[in-house]
Structure formats: C-alpha cells, structure tokens
Design a protein around this ligand. Structure first.
Ligand code: HMG
Ligand code: MG
Length: 298
C-alpha cells in the first residue's frame, strides 16, 4: 500500500539557509548544492528571489544559481513571490520556480505582506509567464495544520488554497506544516480534505520537526499515497516568520525511514550524512539529524 518510490525535494540551501544566522559565502552555498547533487538528489531548491530586506540570507541567490556546476538531470529551483522574483530567478538560470501561499490569513500577511487572495492574484501572472516560457511552477501552502498567530487551521482552508494553486497551473502542491505542530491524525485529516480537491499524485509534504513528529507524519502521508517529500540536510533551518519553528525534517532521517520500508529514492544515505556533517561544521551548529549523528559520517 505504500509507494514503491519516493521523490525527495531538498530544502537545505533554501528553507535551511534562509533561517541560519551564521553567514555563508556564495562559494560555500554552491559547494553545498553541488555535494547534494552528488548524493543522487534530483531536485534541489537552491535559492529565493524575495526582498533582501525581508530575508537577507537569500540576497545572493542569483550568484549562487549562476555559479553552480550543474549535474544533468537535476532541477535547481527557486522561490519567487511575484513577477520581479520570477524574472530574476529565470535570468539567473533557475530550472523551475515555486510560488508560496498560506492557509492562514495572519501568516500570509506576516510572511508576504498581503492577504491570501492578494497572493493568489499576484501568482497568476507568474504562472502565465512561466507557461509561455515552459517553466514548471511548484506551489507551497504554509501553515497547513497550525498557525503561529491563529492556532489550529481548518483542513478546508488548506484544501481551498491548494486547489486554487493547482487550478492556476502549479504541477505540484507542497503542503507545509510550517510550525511543525502536526501529528499523524491531524495530518491525515488535512490530507483527506486536500485530496478531495487535488489528486494525491500532485501533492508533496513539507514537515518542520519542532515537536519531533515529522517522521511519524511522513509515514502517515505515505499511507495516504503521497510520494514526494521535502526535507533538509542535517535538519537545517526554519522560517523567519514562524517564531519558534525548527528546521525541516532531516533528509538523512527520511532516507533511513524509506530505506527501512524498502522504498526507492536513488539517493545515497551515507553520502548525504557526510554532506550533513560538513555543513554543520561550516555553520558551527549542532547536527539536527539523529541518523546523521548516529552515522558520524565524514
Ligand atoms: P512588500 O513590501 O509588500 O512588497 O513585500 P513591495 O512590492 O511593496 O516591495 C517592497 C520592496 O521590496 C521594494 O524595494 C521592492 O523592489 C522589493 P524598495 O523600492 O523599497 O527598495 N521587492 C523585491 N526585491 C527583490 N526580489 C523581489 C522583490 N519584490 C519586491 N522578488 C514581498 C512583499 C513578497 C516582496 C516580501 O514580503 C517578501 O520578500 N517576503 C518573503 C518572505 C520569505 O521569503 N519567507 C520565507 C519563505 S516562505 C517559507 O519558508 C515557507 C515554506 O518553506 C513552506 C513552509 O514551511 O510552510 C515555503
Ligand atoms: Mg518550510
């Protein structure tokens, strides 16, 4: 009943680094992305074309994208909140872009300074331009279980935003538990509501591991037929506009789970753990992957 194969979308260089306080030079970001591609990953979110005032950590994304030594078959994508971001991302060589909305009004305002409806209206021209240039667009929905400002988020609200993004042309909708407050029951309830409006083949899950539930939530999502998982090497990061939220679920931990379940990813766990060790040393931070720590890979 579980999927035979899972596609991982690596968040470390974007969701991970956008929330790290330790500055990282362009060359180190480029090296991280190249090493991640060497593990077998096929999709790496490599930067973000947002306001540098809002997220200074991503201000050098154009340089990063330009300097990557690209591996054939790997998608190097970027976040784009509006037309300006889209144009800059494409000019810098992003293979794919992602727009990002939220299921809660307050988070939408705090994160992108507009209402949910305004954000969807802003994405429409991005999707239109992307379609003409044959660039695929992924859509994120944040706060799919809970919101730092509003508390519990109703599954219907998530389904509405996910359906709007899908109808607009996003090929995949990544459902983000931004705060990391979900448990398998709340996640399944949310997935049931969303999959009534968007086919499960077009859904991805994006868990932050604040309460240590991410691996359990991923198992729950696999049981519901989801086969695309966002994760971040060494569990880097968090979200600057979600106070208290931890980083994404660690890619190493997800790989260990999937390996144990006999689910194929084509990504090398040992190599991933080495990348995790190296980036933590560079950032002078604790490795948040339990599997990474257990393997002590160098
Ligand atoms: P705003 O202030 O409402 O926008 O911000 P504006 O259009 O009035 O522009 C204000 C200034 O920003 C102007 O500069 C623009 O030129 C500039 P000024 O004239 O004042 O010097 N600007 C830009 N600069 C560079 N690139 C751009 C761009 N657009 C405008 N694309 C805006 C609206 C969306 C820009 C702002 O709120 C913003 O940048 N927000 C980004 C927040 C962010 O990146 N959050 C983290 C990513 S989302 C996330 O992590 C969640 C996710 O992981 C899933 C999950 O876990 O839930 C995806
Ligand atoms: Mg996130």
């Amino acid at each position: 009943r579980l999927p035979r194969q899972v596609r991982l979308v690596e968040m470390g260089p974007r969701d991970g680094l956008q929330n790290e306080t330790h500055p990282l030079a362009v060359v180190d970001k480029v090296r991280l992305i190249e090493r991640l591609a060497d593990t077998g990953l096929k999709h790496i979110e490599s930067g973000s074309f947002v306001s540098p005032e809002w997220v200074p950590q991503m201000a050098d994304s154009a340089d990063v994208l330009r300097q990557i030594n690209r591996r054939p078959g790997v998608i190097y994508s970027a976040l784009t909140p509006n037309m300006r971001g889209f144009e800059d991302a494409v000019a810098a060589g992003a293979d794919e872009v992602a727009v990002f909305a939220a299921a809660s009004e307050t988070f939408s305002r705090r994160n992108i300074n507009c209402s949910i409806q305004e954000s969807l209206d802003r994405f429409r021209p991005v999707l239109e331009a992307a379609r003409k240039q044959k660039i695929r667009v992924r859509g994120y929905v944040s706060t799919v279980v809970g919101c730092p400002y509003e508390g519990r988020v109703p599954p219907d609200a998530v389904a509405r935003v996910a359906a709007a993004l899908h109808e607009m042309g996003c090929y995949e909708i990544s459902l983000g538990d931004t705060l990391g407050v979900g448990t398998p029951l709340s996640v399944k309830g949310m997935l049931h509501a969303v999959s009534e409006k968007v086919p499960v083949e077009a859904l991805a899950v994006h868990f932050h591991d604040t309460y240590g539930q991410a691996i359990a939530n991923i198992y729950a999502a696999l049981e519901e037929g989801v086969s695309v998982i966002d994760s971040s090497v060494a569990g880097l990061g968090g979200c600057p506009y979600a106070p208290g939220a931890a980083g994404n679920v660690a890619t190493e931990d997800v790989l260990y789970l999937l390996q144990g379940l006999g689910i194929r990813t084509d990504v090398d766990l040992k190599a991933m753990a080495k990348v995790g060790t190296a980036i933590c040393e560079r950032l002078e931070r604790h490795n948040r992957s339990k599997v990474g720590l257990a393997l002590q890979a160098r």
